[in-house]
Ligand binder design. Structure first.
Ligand code: FAD
Length: 411
């Protein structure tokens, strides 16, 4: 049904006589959320089409979790998600839980294991999850069209018009599952935000999340020798902190604790890094001053930290020589640098490497029970395009499954 050229400005479709719609549900985006939505809608008997401009299905699943896809987290709870409305995610997470997704994984005989902290990974390749979703879509008679760029969408009298390079498509419900801006090279675009704006939905300003942070030139020069070093650290921003691994990179900091805090960090603000969580470095240095007065300060500190890191911290504090020659005040300052390193990152590595996009379609415009736009019947937003962002550890996929399932029940 070709209806090109009949979209008026503002995205409104001026209908002639409308016949049968091509599909009940059209989903833009064949990623985690889109495929889950599709198989759910298809199981309900809805004639469902998924379109994606990419050449392959669900590229982010394929590259996720180091190729093994951390597909959910056993400890999924609303407090593991950032959103302007922290309550928004609750309904979807209750309607489709990690146990529900695990049931599907088990039904497809995909072997998996808990790596740590409730994080479930495939034993083998992440491709198994893609194959599972594709098989479920096939069983539910879902039509999937790749290489299909969507140029525009518009509301019609009784549904939606989706203008693609391969022709126009009509549908009763339109689901936007286009994800966030991270990793443009696997197909990420801001198209979902454009659709939201077109229909008057607000956008919480997007920014890269779960992303390494960078040093300014001064700190970079002092930390250059630390590239590749990892330690357990507690990293905080405001009232939020994470105690996990921290990795020095050739440009700044990475590792789980940094990735986690990056989703909260605001540009230009300070983060607090405790390089020795659970131990008071000042107390230990003052005790060393009494116990081994002839020892070098850096040597004493290397009893607490890896040698390279101890040397860099002493360099940053400008302390050298015998510990007995250093006033207590200086040793306390050195200890504070270890336990409360106040660091203003120069920036982040950006969308090129960010695992997620924080922000997105403002949840105030959506029903948390259905993911439908409150003022545009039949229009749904799911997955990462929405202003709900999970912590590192399988939470983002669980949000994709949960929000996709919920929309699939109502679209
Ligand atoms: C390297 C990496 C590793 C990750 N590892 C994990 C992990 O182990 N566990 C976890 O929980 N999360 C992980 N994530 C995050 C997770 O991948 C995302 O949160 C999740 O994929 C979001 O699902 P989605 O369906 O909303 O969006 P996506 O999976 O991004 O899918 C969106 C789809 O929309 C398509 N699209 C975009 N624009 C258009 C357009 N204009 N027209 C047509 N199609 C379009 C894209 O091609 C894409 O296929 C990782 C992310 C990255 C980048």
């Amino acid at each position: 049904m070709v209806r090109r050229g009949r979209i008026v400005k503002g995205g409104l479709w001026v209908s002639g006589s409308v016949t049968r719609r091509d599909f009940d549900v059209v989903i833009i985006g064949a990623g985690a959320a889109g495929l889950m939505c599709a198989l759910t809608a298809g199981r309900r008997g809805r004639r469902t089409l998924v379109v994606d401009h990419a050449a392959k299905l669900a590229e982010k699943i394929r590259i996720s979790g180091g190729g093994r896809c951390n597909f959910t987290n056993l400890h999924t709870a609303p407090d593991a998600f950032l959103s302007a409305n922290p309550h928004f995610c609750k309904s979807a997470l209750q309607q489709f839980t990690p146990a529900d997704f695990i049931d599907m994984v088990r039904a497809h005989a995909i072997a998996f294991h808990e790596k740590k902290l409730g994080q479930l990974f495939c034993d083998g390749s992440a491709q198994a999850i893609i194959d599972m979703l594709q098989a479920e879509c096939r069983a539910a008679d879902v039509d999937i069209r790749l290489h299909t760029a969507v140029d525009a969408v518009a509301k019609t009298d009784d549904g939606f018009l989706i203008v693609t390079a391969a022709g126009d498509i009509t549908a009763e419900s339109l689901v936007v599952a286009t994800g966030g801006l991270s990793i443009p090279k696997v197909g990420a675009t801001g198209f979902g935000y454009d659709i939201a704006r077109q229909f008057g939905l607000a956008i919480v300003p997007p920014r890269p999340g779960l992303v390494p942070l960078t040093f300014d030139d001064d700190v970079l020069a002092r930390c250059k020798a630390l590239t590749g070093l990892s330690v357990e650290a507690k990293v905080g921003f405001g009232r939020t902190s994470f105690a996990e691994g921290l990795l020095f990179t050739h440009r700044g900091l990475s590792g789980p604790s940094i990735l986690q805090i990056s989703s909260y960090w605001q540009a230009g603000e300070m983060i607090m890094v405790d390089l020795l969580p659970g131990l008071d470095a000042s107390d230990r240095l003052l005790a060393d001053k009494t116990a081994k007065p002839k020892a070098d300060v850096a040597t004493c500190l290397s009893g607490l930290l890896p040698k390279r890191l101890a040397a860099a911290v002493c360099d940053m504090a400008g302390l050298a020589g015998r510990i007995a020659d250093r006033p207590d005040r200086q040793l306390r300052d050195l200890g504070a640098l270890v336990n409360q390193w106040q660091l203003v990152p120069a920036g982040s590595e950006g969308y090129r490497t960010a695992e997620v996009t924080v922000g997105g379609v403002d949840t105030a415009a959506l029903s948390s029970k259905t993911m439908q736009a409150r003022h545009v019947p039949g229009l749904f937003f799911i997955g990462e395009v929405v202003d709900v962002t999970g912590h590192l550890g399988g939470y983002n996929f669980q949000w994709a499954w949960s929000s996709g399932f919920v929309a699939g029940q109502h679209a």
